[in-house]
Design a protein around this ligand. Structure first.
Ligand code: HEC
Ligand code: HEC
Length: 138
């Protein structure tokens, strides 16, 4: 990102992406509007699988799929410009903090001073670590 201090903007962009119903820009020339979904993720696999499921499409059903991805790219570009502008104007403030659940994992797993200090990343932990019952019960 074109920022002197890109880390916090990238984190904000990722967290915004996870909770926002996308695409949120309609550049469509199609008669049918493209379905928007909240992906909870920044991974293409997760995002597309959820979108296909909700929209009832298959990958081969372009142009809906192509429209979905190009409009989402436009949505993300717009958000990126907004974040960069906010930083430039000194008005940047985090609006999309980590979820309470994910923050609770950081306490023991992320950062040099945490107990285990064995994880890193910007994603929601429980998207993938769905069952921790055997892990922490011990
Ligand atoms: C109070 C501290 C604490 C918190 C909070 C915590 N963990 Fe852990 N976690 C541990 C410890 C300690 C271990 C190692 C367990 C062991 O060695 O038996 C562990 C192990 C794990 C493992 C590794 C499993 C393995 O087989 O070694 C995963 C994955 C994990 N935690 C994910 C999470 C996630 C996701 C969260 C948030 C929902 C979380 N933890 C919250 C302390 C914590
Ligand atoms: C996109 C899926 C995904 C996300 C999101 C994710 N993890 Fe993981 N994590 C994995 C996979 C896959 C492994 C490797 C598991 C293995 O090899 O047994 C792993 C490994 C780990 C381990 C090491 C377990 C060990 O055996 O020592 C810990 C601790 C852990 N994750 C914690 C977290 C925490 C905390 C978060 C949130 C900040 C998180 N993970 C987010 C998929 C994910």
């Amino acid at each position: 990102m074109l920022s002197k201090n890109p880390k916090k903007l990238i984190g904000e962009l990722y967290r915004w992406h996870k909770v926002t119903s996308l695409p949120n820009i309609d550049l469509s020339l199609l008669a049918n509007k493209v379905t928007s979904t909240v992906s909870g993720s920044v991974l293409c696999h997760v995002i597309i699988a959820k979108w296909l499921k909700k929209s009832g499409n298959r990958l081969k059903d372009s142009p809906q799929t192509l429209q979905r991805c190009s409009q989402t790219a436009a949505s993300v570009a717009k958000k990126t410009v907004e974040l960069l502008s906010a930083e430039l104007e000194n008005t940047f403030k985090t609006q999309y903090p980590f979820s309470v659940k994910t923050k609770s994992c950081f306490i023991c797993h992320a950062g040099a001073s945490s107990m285990k200090s064995n994880s890193t990343g910007k994603m929601n932990c429980i998207t993938c670590h769905t069952d921790l019952s055997g892990v922490h019960a011990k």
